[in-house]
Design a protein around this ligand. Sequence first.
Ligand SMILES: Nc1ncnc2c1ncn2[C@@H]1O[C@H](COP(=O)(O)OP(=O)(O)OP(=O)(O)O)[C@@H](O)[C@H]1O
Ligand SMILES: [Mg+2]
Length: 248
Amino acid sequence: MVLQADFVGTRPLISFQHVWKKYPNGTEALRDITLTVPEGDFLFLVGPSGAGKSSLIRLLIREEKPTKGKIFVDGQELGRMKRRHLPYYRRKVGLVFQDFKLLPKLTVYENVAFALRVLGEAGSVIKARSTEALQTVGLADKLDKYPRELSGGEQQRVAIARALVHKPKLIVADEPTGNLDPATGWEIMQLFLQINHKAKATVLMATHNRDIVDLLRRRVIAIDGGQVVRDDRASGYHEALAASGLRA
Ligand SMILES: Nc1ncnc2c1ncn2[C@@H]1O[C@H](COP(=O)(O)OP(=O)(O)OP(=O)(O)O)[C@@H](O)[C@H]1O
Ligand SMILES: [Mg+2]
């Protein structure tokens, strides 16, 4: 199909090479993880509680460093990145968490705009980008609301808009539907699919939501005891896209 070419990158966006993570208390959270993620991929990270999903994500966003092994993102080795380059790196990565992490005293608009304000962007840029991101997530009519005035699904949409505002190449989500009811979780998942498809952002998502994973038939990496135990590249991408109701 015509879309295929857009999803084929020449070098992987993410590459883990024999990565180990042992926490200071002795817990070995990741053992010899090797995986590559091409640009444009949409993949689920699954596994039982304590398997190492969040640890893998914390390494990927450079919140933690590996004990052994190397991680490359967009050609850069994270372990060699200078501290002063971290903010630039983090801008390439949009983060979405289970508990939204919105600032309660800021409006919807300000929660999103804040991410750009701290960079000292021009007012016109802030306005255009924040408005666009909030339109993408379907919240253009709630700009002046505060997080407490929104449903859980709406709060997660704000968090996704905040993640999108830097136009990240990579979106990393740790249990983004964990606090939502199934129908709302499904809507949020549709939004991630749309962002992957339209904005060409690579999406890596840790989830316990088996129903969604089974239904979407995307790549699934299963980890257990800190090791990759399964890496299924689902073949039904276009079928999944059609089934999800998304169109180009
Ligand atoms: N900061 C830490 N210090 C020490 N041990 C940790 C730390 N964070 C996680 N662990 C341990 O590492 C292992 C992997 O934890 P991790 O949070 O990555 O699992 P997970 O797959 O995300 O689980 P869940 O599905 O419950 O979120 C667990 O044994 C956990 O107790
Ligand atoms: Mg976790």
